[in-house]
Design a protein. Sequence first.
Length: 445
Amino acid sequence: SASTGPPPPVPGRPPLVAAAMFAAVPFIRAAAANSRRGALAGALGARRHLSLHEYQSLALFQDFGVAVPKIAVAHSVTEATEIAKGFPGDEVVIKTQVLAGGRGLGHFKENNFQGGVHIIKKDKAAEFAEKMLGKTLVTKQTGAAGKPCNVVMFAEKFQIKTEKYFAILMDRGSGGPIMIGSKTGGTSIEDIAEKDPSAIVKLPIDIMEGISSAQSLDMAEKMGFSGAQAASAAKSIEGLYKVFIECDCTMVEINPFAELTDGRVIVCDAKVGFDDNAKFRQKAIHEKRDFLQEDAQEVEAEKFDLNYIKLTGSVACMVNGAGLAMSTMDLLALKGGSPANFLDVGGAANKDTITAAFKIIQGDPDVKSIFINIFGGIMRCDVIADGVVAAVKEVGLSKPLIVRLVGTNVEQGKKIIQESGLDVMAISDFTEAAKKAVEMAKLAK
């Protein structure tokens, strides 16, 4: 049956975590602005969020004939000094490379240096690189933890005449790629769409036919380019579409897509996402992945094929099945608690996988209690119990552990836990188990 979206909120009841996942978000960047809960959608299927640094994306674009500014990267202060000398003029742009938006307004945690993007004199390259490299940049999107800056990018300085917005993503409505553009760029596309929905241009592309020169030129003109600049923009649009298709992208976003005072039309900044399902045929791209920009626990979980996403609560959850996992988090919220993670061990987990999962959630300093909620079907309760016991014996148990086992081999599972002698609270009732997990988390704070 057709879905009409999440159910309306019930007076006096806290919002449900799972239901919030299905609320519509405006355009593309909204997910980045949401809390970490917005990432839960990725755990329902394949994780589809490989992102490249700006310099990596621009280099990829250049390979496909897209016009980009002159750039170079430095990993050390010495490199920064030499690289800056290679740019024309007296000034150059230096940009910290972290996978987060709002870099220009961010600050570095260690020295409180303001701004991750600066226009500087070339002889100041070493001074600015010293303040950025090896430091942690904090922006609105990173949270207080920030992201490490191990690379800085230098770019030519230029004057922008006009800024446009351009993106390509998959559209369910048209059943294929859709180009989205606006005559206004350089700012939040969500704000533009909210103020004037007519300012947004959409042009679906037949994925079997591909993009035509006429379509790319039409899109460029609708975005406000004209004359030679429209032809230049159209060429880059065709190149960006090739990137989207041939590199198995989930999204290509250009903001701003700019016309310069010298007449050039170039891609100034880019955000590109890649489909992890295509990793087997896009090895060169996926090898560029910067694991230091990601949550260490999520990276570790991926090694064991665990669907794990770090959240901001205090009750750790280990559950089998995405549906039960979301129900568990909703119930924790209803009982006054908040989940510390989404963790679906799946149906193919074994003792080693369960042990790894337990180590990850036990090692989270934000976790105050642990709730293991298993409905045994394909995943047997005795396998879960074996894994939990093995993990506790290996790393110890420093936090209250509540276990609910129901389903296949439940009696064997309960017996394993009982005979282990572990300090575990075994509760069969779902609601009572969730209530106890929240209670123990509050007592531990």
